[in-house]
Design a protein around this ligand. Structure first.
Ligand code: SF4
Ligand code: SF4
Length: 157
């Protein structure tokens, strides 16, 4: 029998190799958050300009976080043997939660933009209405004045 690789089942036909997990080099990470945005299962924690870290038990080994990292400080490694790992169902659930959260965030952002747009448009609309009312009042006053002049001419005849 051929010798199995570290982290690989000794029976190659029975299961696939254990996926590697992502590890972030703390000394190089610049805290840009791009890897957080790329991780489909929210397995990376950190905030802007702070060191980021991978929650190893949640990492599925998909490697989606590697390409966006501008300083290439994420590498894939085999996890420690018998380390707790999230199963496929839990990973899928986390992926769906993430998609729901992103959709909710996008809807909230769109609503905030629409509100800001309405708030900007409202003063302009009311100024236009006030201007139209002013013009109507002037036109009515002019009509009344013309009517009065007409009556005066008739009386003077
Ligand atoms: S390898 Fe995949 S699951 Fe793991 S941290 Fe990177 S993007 Fe997330
Ligand atoms: S993408 Fe790279 S540099 Fe940016 S936060 Fe993630 S690990 Fe750090």
């Amino acid at each position: 029998m051929s010798e199995s690789l570290p982290g690989q089942c000794e029976y190659p036909d029975c299961c696939s190799p254990r996926p590697q997990i992502a590890l972030i080099d703390k000394a190089v990470c610049i805290g840009c958050t791009l890897c957080i945005q790329a991780c489909p299962v929210d397995a990376i924690v950190g905030c802007a300009k702070q060191l980021h870290a991978v929650i190893e038990s949640l990492c599925t080994g998909c490697e989606c976080c590697l390409p966006p990292c501008p300083v290439e400080c994420i590498r894939m490694e085999l996890p420690v043997p018998d380390s707790p790992r999230t199963g496929a169902d839990a990973a899928r659930m986390r992926y769906e939660w993430r998609n729901e959260r992103l959709a909710r965030d996008a809807a909230e952002r769109a609503e905030r933009l629409a509100q800001a747009h309405r708030a900007r448009a409202a003063p302009q609309e009311s100024a236009e209405k006030a201007e139209a009312a002013k013009k109507a009042a002037i036109a009515a006053a002019q009509a009344r004045a013309r009517a009065k002049r007409g009556e005066g001419l008739l009386l003077n005849r």
